[in-house]
Design a protein around this ligand. Sequence first.
Ligand SMILES: [Zn+2]
Length: 295
Amino acid sequence: MRKRVLVIVLFLACCRFPAFGLLRIESRSGAAVTITARSLQPGEVLLAVFHPSGETGEARLVILNKEHGFLPGGPSGQRFALVGVDFLTAPGSYRVEALFFNEAGQKEIVQKYLRLHERSFTRRNIRIDERLVTAPPEVEERVARERKILTEVYRSVLPSWLGSGDFMAPLPDKPTLNFGEHRLYNSVPRSRHTGIDISAADGAPIRASNSGKVALAMDLYYSGLTVILDHGLGVFSVYCHCSRLDVRPGQSVRRGEVVAAVGSTGRSTGPHLHWSVRLGGARVDPLSLLGLGLE
Ligand SMILES: [Zn+2]
């Protein structure tokens, strides 16, 4: 029995990062684009790395209808791109194209297919003040204004990478694995939970999961005191329900720097951090960003 537990533990340890190589697309000259991820499922972050060869010095990647370039900062100093698979993406087979360019600017296109597997999501009913389920008429205008502000924040994409190394968890506490959860409020199905929750003591320091720029630091009706960090290239990390904000919009923050404190502001039933990540508009599980091996 003990041996079996040990085998399972070892198996799970191996399943953690570093991620498996999931796909390797090679050019005739030996250059390659590799794609790795924690798992190939909706709501995951994929890491694409470019491995140049002598004559093939540039590449681009087309995946899920988006084109990506490669920038320095990947594992072992290689050029990389992060691809977000929105949690509502249908499982199935998707075409991936690598575009390789040689010094003369000639292009070679290599196609492969990537299989996105089914993912099951949890379901939870939450008892909460009805005013926080449907905004009362007097705050409708506020909610609409805040929605517009958020759309603007996510629309602006910095063309450079501001992150420094791997992403880290903003709190040392154990997260609840409730990304993508079907949410019922007072028994009525309402929304999907597009982040994860980390329960922690009221006032515990929340750390920036990577370096970046503060895109938003304000009180929002549903998510309470909120910080959004812009890491560049369309990658945003979001910290909600805080009791205190320690940063201002426009400010640069370093990975690990304290940006806020844990609280229970907005639509919350107790002190915790709601942590979410947007990547190129895709809503992804923040835990799938950890341990990618970025430098
Ligand atoms: Zn949450």
